[in-house]
Design a protein around this ligand. Structure first.
Ligand code: SR1
Length: 325
């Protein structure tokens, strides 16, 4: 690819190879994240090699080794299991490759971490829960431990319960696999059947929320439940705003922006420029009422109404093309 005039080496000459190695590729969030990474890579003249994630830790390790052998200058590791990644990430660093992590804590000061301010995300969602439902209710909670963003969101849920003794977690469930929404729906059906007094579901991942909504529709109890989530996509906006939807709020970044930020962080590292250890992309609260009132139907319309949703000022430089979406 061509170089960028005025950019630092090696971007002035072009031909920079970066690998994006994901643990999960399925679902709206990860597809939009990848699209954003690809757009930012293209704008920087980066040859981006995308390795599809199949929730397979051994395959993700192998892909990092493949990327090292390909001679890439940068690797973005998107989610994954730290215990199976820390040594191969170190091998990449030892080979002179710059490594950036998104939503996986590799505990290595040489590896900056991108995240969506997960504590704030969870706090904003739970503030809305309390606003709508007070602080005495029976809840269902969708959580799978071991994913950094879900673990961070869980810390805030634990604090919320500790501070609000009237909030009773009646059931905890969830699955992360290649059919997360339908697996979660199956579990939610069992949980909601066994616990008809649950009125609030905290499902801080859009695939979880989609699964719970599906279960509520099948059981005919959508009018008795309120679902609060993380993430947003065009499909999510449609599900949230449709008549009678129990999905009443989500807190989200634009995942395409997070993908772009991850590539910018890798580019700055490759150019030898400073990158903070923790790179935060701030989320926004999106309620069903506000989305309906604004008449927003797609991510693009949302970005047009909320300019902050279209870009982030994290890890920018005057030589890095912005305004991608
Ligand atoms: C299984 S982890 C899923 C989460 O990763 C990203 O942080 C998204 O926000 C999603 O909720």
């Amino acid at each position: 690819a061509d170089g960028i005039a005025g950019a630092p080496a090696p971007f002035d000459k072009g031909d920079v190879k970066v690998a994006l190695i994901s643990f999960i590729s399925a679902g709206d969030f990860f597809q939009a994240y990848q699209a954003g990474a690809e757009a930012q890579a293209k704008a920087l003249g980066i040859d981006l090699r995308v390795f599809p994630g199949r929730q397979n830790a051994a395959e993700q390790r192998d892909q990092i080794q493949q990327a090292i052998n390909l001679g890439v200058q940068g690797i973005v590791i998107d989610h994954g299991q730290p215990e199976s990644l820390t040594d191969v990430a170190q091998q990449a660093l030892d080979a002179g490759i710059k490594v950036v992590a998104f939503d996986v804590n590799l505990n290595n000061p040489a590896i900056p971490q991108v995240e969506q301010s997960d504590h704030e995300l969870s706090r904003l969602a739970l503030e809305q829960v309390a606003k709508d439902n007070g602080t005495s209710f029976n809840a269902g909670y969708v959580y799978v431990a071991g994913f950094a963003p879900l673990d961070r969101r869980n810390e805030v849920w634990d604090k919320f319960k500790a501070e609000n003794k009237g909030v009773v977690e009646k059931a905890r469930f969830g699955a992360v696999n290649d059919t997360t929404a339908t697996s979660t729906a199956d579990q939610a059906k069992a949980v909601l059947t066994a616990n008809p007094d649950i009125s609030v579901i905290f499902a801080p991942y859009d695939e979880f929320a989609r699964g719970v909504k599906l279960a509520a529709a099948d059981l005919g109890i959508a009018d008795k439940l309120k679902i609060y989530s993380a993430d947003v996509s065009t499909a999510d906006i449609q599900e949230i705003t449709e008549e009678g939807s129990p999905w009443v709020a989500t807190v989200a970044t634009n995942p395409a922006v997070v993908g772009a930020v991850s590539i910018r962080a890798a580019a700055l590292k490759i150019a030898g420029q400073d990158v903070p250890a923790q790179i935060l992309v701030k989320p926004a609260l999106l309620t069903q009422a506000a989305l309906r009132e604004a008449g927003v139907k797609t991510i693009e319309e949302l970005a047009a109404k909320v300019p902050a949703f279209n870009d982030s000022d994290a890890v920018t430089a005057d030589w890095i093309p912005a305004k991608l979406f």
